[in-house]
Design a protein around this ligand. Sequence first.
Ligand code: FAD
Length: 291
Amino acid sequence: MKINDILNQNRLSLSFEVFPPKTETAFESVKAAVEEIAKLKPAFMSVTYGAGGGTSKYTLDIAKSLKDRYSVPTLAHLTCVSSSRETVAQKIREIQAYGIKNVMALRGDIPKELEDADRSGWDYRHAVDLVKELKAADRDFCIGGACYPEVHPESKDQEEDIRHLKEKVEAGCDFLTTQMFFDNNLLYDFLRKIRRAGITVPIIPGIMPITNANQIERAIHLSGSYVPPQFKSLVDRFAGDPAAMKQAGIAYATNQIIDLYENGIKNVHVYSMNKPDVAEKIRANLCDILG
Ligand code: FAD
C-alpha cells in the first residue's frame, strides 16, 4: 500500500521508524525488535538507510519482511550523497524487485572528511536529484522527503531552506516527514510558512520519545533541536532515575502527539528506534484516541 493512500483518514494514526543492524550478527535481534513493533499494526513503518550504503541490504530485507509477513506498509529510506549513479540505479532496481512502493529520498549527511571537498563533480549533491531519478525510474513510486521545522543546519536561513524544499516537492515528493522537534509551536509556525510558500503535500511530524538522558544530548547534537524549558527541567529532574526518565520521556512525547492531533494533524511518525516497549507504551497511552 502506498503511504499517500493512508494519509487521508480522519482518525489519528501512528507510524514507527526503525533502523537496520550494522552487522550480520545483530540482524536477528534487530529483526525480532522490529517485528514486535510491527505487531502493533502501525499505519506504516519506515526503515532507515546508512548514509554510506553499508547497511543497505538490511534496509530492504527488513522492509520486505515487514511488508510480506506483517502486511505493514513499509517505507524504505535511500540516501544518495556518497553513492554513484550506478549504485543508486542498482538500488532502485532492488527496491522494485522487492515490491517496495514507498521510498524516502534523502541526501544523507556529508561525511566529515568530505565537508570541505569540491562537490561539483559529485553524482548527487541534493536529495532533489534522487527524487527526480526515482520518479523517472517508476512513476508509481510514492516518494517521501525530509523537512526541517527548525531549518536544516546547512541552510543560510529558513527562506532559502523552504525554497529548496519546494523544488524537492515539485520534483516529485508525495509527502514530507519532519526532523524531530520538542516544541510543537515551531512545527505550527513552519507549517504556516510552507503553506504560504505553496507547498501543499501532506506533512508528517516526526516525534522522538527521549527515554534516557544520554539520548537527548545525542539527539540535539544531530538535529540541533530547540529544547523548551519544560522539557529541559524534565530531563534535569529525572536524568538520575532511568525508569522515571523513560516514563517521563514517553509522557512528553505522548502529550506532543495529543497536541498535534488537537491542532488538526492526523498522522504522526514516531522515531521508535527499535524499541518495541517504547512504541507499545505510546500506542497504549493513545489507544482511545487511535480507536
Ligand atoms: P536535502 O533536501 O538535499 O537538503 C540538504 C541541504 O541542502 C538543506 O540545507 C537544503 O536547503 C539544501 N539544498 C537542497 N537543495 C538544494 C539546491 N538545489 N541548492 C542548494 N542547496 C540545496 N540520513 C541517513 O543517512 N539515513 C536515513 O535513513 C535518514 N532518514 C531521515 C529521515 C528524516 C525524516 C529526516 C528529517 C532526516 C533523515 N536523515 C537520514 C538525515 C538526512 O540525510 C540529513 O539531514 C541530511 O543532512 C539532509 O538530507 P535531505 O534529504 O534533507 O537533503
